[in-house]
Design a protein around this ligand. Structure first.
Ligand SMILES: [Zn+2]
Length: 387
């Protein structure tokens, strides 16, 4: 993997991340494909000019439990299994296991939990996570980490963060051994690239800035291809989230991509770009699409509302996606209330188009030196007519 920053505007950066499965312009939004599918949308649509998603997420925890590594290995890796030839990033499973709450037991060695699929007792560790991600053959692998709750005390957070640092080192070692052993199923000899997977470290420390800084130092000392800020959007105040990003993002080595995990709304994305973040993922556009909520340039729109019953306008009058080009709010509302699966499909498509197009606008404005103006107008429009 190669990363080049090509333009800067304040802390905001526009660059290109070159992976063995294509070049990705940053800042980038990555749709989440939990179980080997971005829910509610076909891969052809993700590739279409409408969306043009260059990288999507896969979920180690879910894919490991079902269909399991044997099935994916037999297919020749996750790219081949799902029929996606663009870039893939896989998370480590750490966050999913963490979110099981009382159902899991964390020790120095790793995390023991019961599978939500069949109730069997499973064990996930840095080594297992790296093995699974090698079988998946994703282009970007995440270290196995532990996440402290947003409101964790200093003492609890410190313990969790130190464990994350030890797990990061074990992840690095296991990853390097697996690469050397040729375990990675996604190896592609691309021009100027080694063909290997990239490994990202994760900075933890909840809302405690001193711990966040120490976590960053420890992570950079180990050395990774990119750095993620994890453990945000887990119940802390939004102000705390931005304090952490403000403080940490600019301290991440400038020549490495900075990835804010699991965040957020379109305005969160723009605000984090302002603070120097390059990569994002979030389930909001797909999940909310399935529950009848559209993200638009004028704020959120709930398609269930009676006020749209006879409204012939598209979801977003300034959106150029194929859903807005063809269908009215009235029709989408009818589909949703009728329980038609097409409602989820169309809303998901529009929401992803809106997130991806917002990032396109962000990139263009950084390159042309107009990012502050873009940010101001974007924010003003959002609050003008939101519900
Ligand atoms: Zn649209």
């Amino acid at each position: 993997m190669r990363f080049e920053v090509e333009a800067e505007d304040g802390h905001a950066r526009a660059g290109v991340l070159t992976t063995r499965h294509g070049a990705i312009e940053t800042p980038v939004f990555m749709p989440v494909g939990t179980a080997g599918t971005v829910k509610g949308i076909r891969f052809e649509e993700l590739e279409s000019a409408d969306l043009d998603a260059r990288i999507i997420l896969g979920n180690t925890y879910h894919l490991w439990l079902r269909p399991g590594t044997e099935v994916i290995k037999a297919a020749g890796g996750l790219h081949r299994f799902i029929g996606w030839d663009r870039a893939l990033l896989t998370d480590s499973g750490g966050f999913q296991v963490w979110s099981l709450g009382a159902l899991r037991k964390i020790t120095e060695e790793g995390t023991e939990f019961r599978s939500h699929v069949d109730g069997s007792l499973r064990f996930l560790s840095p080594e297992v996570s790296m093995e699974v991600q090698a079988v998946l053959g994703s282009d970007v692998v995440m270290v196995f980490d532990e996440c402290a709750p947003g409101n964790a005390t200093h003492e609890d957070t410190e313990r969790s963060m130190e464990l994350t640092a030890r797990w990061a080192r074990r992840s690095r070692t296991a990853f390097d051994q697996l690469q050397a052993a040729g375990a990675d199923t996604g190896r592609v000899e691309a021009e100027g690239l080694s063909g290997a997977q990239a490994l990202f470290g994760i900075v933890q420390g909840a809302g405690h800035l001193d711990l966040r800084r120490r976590s960053l130092e420890q992570t950079v000392e180990i050395g990774f291809d990119g750095y993620a800020i994890g453990g945000l959007s887990v119940g802390e105040e939004k102000q705390v989230m931005f304090e952490v990003i403000d403080d940490i993002a600019p301290r991440i080595p400038a020549d490495r991509p900075r990835y804010l995990m699991g965040v957020g709304t379109p305005e969160d994305l723009v605000e984090a770009v302002t603070r120097g973040v390059d990569m994002f993922d979030c389930v909001l556009p797909t999940r909310n699409g399935r529950t009848g909520q559209a993200f638009t340039s004028r704020g959120k729109l709930n398609i269930k509302n009676a006020q749209w019953a006879k409204d012939s306008r598209p979801l977003d009058e300034s959106c150029r996606c194929s859903v807005c080009g063809r269908h009215s709010r009235a029709y989408l509302r009818h589909l949703y209330l009728s329980g038609e699966m097409l409602a989820s499909i169309l809303l998901t498509h529009h929401n992803l188009a809106f997130f991806l197009d917002t990032m396109r606008g962000v990139r263009q404005s950084i390159r042309s030196g107009d990012f502050p103006k873009f940010r101001r107008e974007f924010t003003e429009r959002l609050s003008a007519n939101g519900e």
